[in-house]
Design a protein around this ligand. Structure first.
Ligand code: PLP
Length: 284
């Protein structure tokens, strides 16, 4: 499912720039995979959009009805700019601090872009998240919900919120535990007054994601929520079949990720998505 094995970052370990991109942003021919997807974001975006539309058709859904969020975490600004030039407008980052450095110049050039926050959010960064992002995908505990509500009241900004659900009740994983989801949703909406638009989940790595997508869908329906943020590079087609309204795709669009912002690409094939938070564990 993932395109990683056919991308240059994986076939030529030792590259120092993500996806074989030269400092000037050009893609040397020697780094073009053969065969495989073209490494430039415009061509990849085109191929990905086609796959998404095809998945919609197979599911009996309108092509174009699922929003593609391009997960650009750790990738350099130039690569993001190429996707913006190709028409992509929804992007996601996993770290508040990285986004603060990377996005202001892009926002100035593309005022209509929407920035999503995925990945664990520390309570102390709630205010920065409200200021810097348009959509928050990882609202998952009462203290964070209260901090977000306070920041929204203070700033007047009200980014759309997704409640993240830990559908497999995996220990150490973000998301509200399944048995606490009903009460937490009520608290978010009725007590905190957050603009909750839907639910988000990340199924356990390496297992069939479909039961988790279905669970999320029925939970959303039970709460009258219409948006489902589910599906990543490895499983977005299954997510579309199960009703995703928004998919979060990184590697299938941008190729292998650097292991940290500004670093070399991670040349390990596949693997779970990187969900590192802003700070060390236990600081949320
Ligand atoms: C990194 C990340 C993604 C994207 O994963 P890919 O496998 O690169 O598509 C999606 N959602 C979340 C929450 C992530 O942290």
């Amino acid at each position: 499912m993932t395109d990683d094995r056919t991308t240059p970052g994986n076939t030529t370990p030792g590259n120092t720039a993500p996806d074989g991109i030269a400092p000037d942003g050009s893609l040397p021919d020697s780094h073009r995979p053969d065969p495989g997807p073209a490494p430039d974001p415009a061509a990849r975006l085109d191929a990905l959009t086609r796959r998404l539309d095809e998945a919609c058709r197979r599911a009996g859904r309108e092509p174009g009805s699922v929003k593609l969020v391009a997960v650009s975490k750790y990738h350099p600004r130039e690569l993001v700019a190429a996707a913006l030039d190709a028409g992509q407008r929804d992007f996601a980052e996993s770290r508040v601090q990285e986004a603060r450095v990377k996005w202001p110049p892009l926002r100035a050039r593309y005022p209509d872009l929407r920035l999503h926050l995925v990945g664990p959010l520390q309570t102390k960064k709630a205010a920065a998240a409200v200021t810097g992002f348009d959509v928050l995908h990882s609202v998952d505990r009462p203290r964070l919900a209260a901090a977000l509500a306070a920041a929204m009241a203070r700033t007047g900004r009200r980014p759309d919120c997704f409640v993240q659900v830990n559908t497999a009740d995996e220990p150490h994983k973000s998301g509200v535990p399944l048995e606490a989801a009903d009460a937490f949703l009520k608290e978010c909406r009725d007590v905190c007054g957050l603009p909750v638009v839907g639910l988000m989940c990340m199924p356990p790595y390496g297992r069939d994601p479909r039961p988790h997508f279905r669970l999320l869908r029925s939970l959303a329906a039970a709460h009258g929520l219409t948006q489902l943020s589910m599906g990543m590079s490895a499983d977005f087609e299954a997510a579309v079949a199960e009703g995703a309204t928004l998919v979060r795709v990184g590697r299938a669009l941008f190729g292998p990720r650097p292991r940290r912002a500004g670093g070399p690409p991670d040349t390990r094939a596949g693997g779970p998505p990187d969900t590192r938070a802003d700070g060390p564990p236990g600081t949320r």
